[in-house]
Design a protein around this ligand. Structure first.
Ligand code: ADP
Ligand code: MG
Ligand code: ZN
Length: 484
């Protein structure tokens, strides 16, 4: 599945190599080293204290929950958890970093050597994780016409950085990897995955090398990408840029670049020569993090079933196609909805079909989350029963479903209110058939002289005349009789 770019004129080919660094904001109520709230969208500098604004003489105290969340993530991503790790100071000056250093981890991260599996175009690949470490977020500079302001609400918000091995080979795989991480983080409840608010963002590293080469080429790093689409677009652009340079006999310089989403290009931010020397050293104000075997076991025992395991179970237990199972398992709320409907007696295949088609379509059209709509699994199951016992037809069910989606009303109520009960009374159906036949004498003539494929035409007219309520099986039977 690796992306190979031909350099036909000279018979050489390049292979794309990508590694991602993902920053995820941890869903703790308070910051990583103080008790300030992490809530998003509060008034500027209202969630700050001497610790997170970097006053001298204060001491950080580590948030235990943040450690728990990172260990949980590490376990879910098949990492080894270090029994002993520590924080390090990353020194640099920037107005949104009043201490003059960020507390991060460097040579001893809390998690190492994991992996996640991704599927693109039906092919599964394993992407290695180098490490997961903890760090604090910086504040936010707000630039205005008459000057710049600093909001430190975000300073000290706990982050984890998940670093992949350079195992990714295409832009599509990069976004699949990011999607997979987001799904796992949301399942675990350790990050809300909200990319617009910056809770999940990524730096994408990319280089090219000749096919078959062992050594990695020189990479460029594209900073702070905040959508799946942008990670693909930015990488596609960057790969083309690098190919063009190499084709012309040029050399890639190691640099940090920015993705300009409105122009659809990456632009240079700084080269390696201008890169910071962060002068990392162990953080003297914090004791090392010790994670006991017992604590790891306890966290492991509390892990929920993850999307991949669910997908597998849905295919094995319910016989769902892999694609459908994957879609249903991707979001925890969707999976929960599905499982609840099945628990209430819905046939897994039927439930899945309605969720995969009508439900997803309506969610997409309205831009809503499954948790925001009033439709309950119980209502879908009731509707399926009404279909099974012939009260409503499949066509009518679509109308009922849409109404349930918007109002949350029970299907029985909707059927009554709207008079949607299926017509199974043969005399009533025969009357409709007679009307339609009388209105289309030419077609009747043609049918009788052998053009039997007109059956569909008549059925369509009759169903329409019944406003979709006639039982289609009866319509077909009675119609055939009448025409013969
Ligand atoms: P840096 O020191 O520049 O931050 P790292 O070695 O820490 O680089 O790697 C950062 C990320 O870049 C990782 O995800 C890694 O897999 C990826 N990476 C490293 N070297 C390359 C390369 N030559 N091409 C593509 N990705 C790379
Ligand atoms: Mg790096
Ligand atoms: Zn604080």
């Amino acid at each position: 599945m690796s992306e190979v770019i031909s350099r036909k004129s000279e018979g050489t080919e390049y292979e794309v190599v990508i590694g991602l660094e993902i920053h995820a904001q941890l869903l703790t109520d308070t910051k990583i080293f103080c008790g300030c709230s992490t809530r998003f969208g509060s008034g500027h500098n209202t969630q700050t204290c001497p610790v997170c604004i970097g006053m001298p003489g204060v001491l950080p105290v580590l948030n235990r929950r943040a450690v728990e969340f990172v260990v949980k993530t590490g376990l879910a991503m098949n990492c080894t958890i270090s029994p002993y790790s520590r924080f390090a100071r990353k020194n640099y000056f920037y107005p949104d970093l009043p201490k003059g250093y960020q507390i991060s981890q460097y040579e001893l991260p809390i998690c190492g050597h994991g992996y996640v599996d991704i599927v693109t175009d039906g092919v599964e690949r394993r992407i290695g994780l180098t490490r997961i470490h903890m760090e604090e977020d910086a504040g936010k500079n707000i630039h205005q016409k008459d000057g710049s302001l600093v909001d430190l609400n975000r300073a000290g918000v706990p982050l984890m950085e998940i670093v992949s091995e350079p195992d990714i080979r295409t832009p599509k795989e990069a976004s699949a990897f990011m999607k997979k991480l987001r799904a796992i983080l949301r399942y675990l409840g350790v990050c809300d995955g909200n990319m617009e608010q910056g809770s999940l963002r990524c730096d994408a590293n990319v280089s090219l090398r000749l096919v078959g080469a062992e050594d990695l080429g020189t990479k460029a790093e594209i900073k702070n990408i905040n959508s799946f689409r942008f990670v693909e677009k930015a990488l596609e652009y960057e790969i083309k840029r690098q190919v063009n340079i190499l084709r012309e006999g040029g050399r890639i310089i190691q640099e940090t670049r920015l993705w300009d989403s409105s122009a659809g290009i990456t632009v240079s931010m700084r080269s390696k020569e201008e890169a910071h020397d962060y002068r990392y050293f162990p953080e003297p104000d914090l004791v090392p993090i010790e994670v006991s075997r017992e604590w790891i076991d306890e966290i492991r025992a509390g892990l929920v079933e993850l999307p991949d395991e669910k997908r597998k179970r849905y295919t094995e237990e319910f016989g769902l196609p892999d694609y459908d199972a994957g879609m249903l398992a991707e979001e925890r709320a969707v999976a929960k909805w599905f499982e609840e409907a099945v628990r209430l007696g819905g046939k897994p295949k039927a439930v899945s079909n309605w969720m995969m088609s009508e439900f997803l379509r309506l969610l997409n059209e309205t831009g809503r989350e499954i948790s925001e709509v009033p439709l309950t699994p119980a209502c879908l199951v009731d509707m399926l029963k009404l279909m099974d016992n012939g009260t409503i037809s499949g066509t009518i069910a679509k109308t009922v479903f849409e109404e349930m989606f918007h109002s949350g009303k029970e299907p029985g109520v909707i059927v009554k209110e709207k008079g949607l009960v299926q017509i199974t009374d043969t005399s009533e159906i025969e009357k409709l058939i007679d009307e339609v036949l009388a209105a289309n004498p030419a077609e009747v003539e043609r049918y009788r002289s052998g053009e039997t494929k007109l059956q569909g035409f008549f059925v369509g007219r009759i169903m329409k005349a019944s406003k979709g309520k006639a039982n289609p099986k009866l319509v077909n039977e009675l119609l055939r009789k009448k025409l013969s």
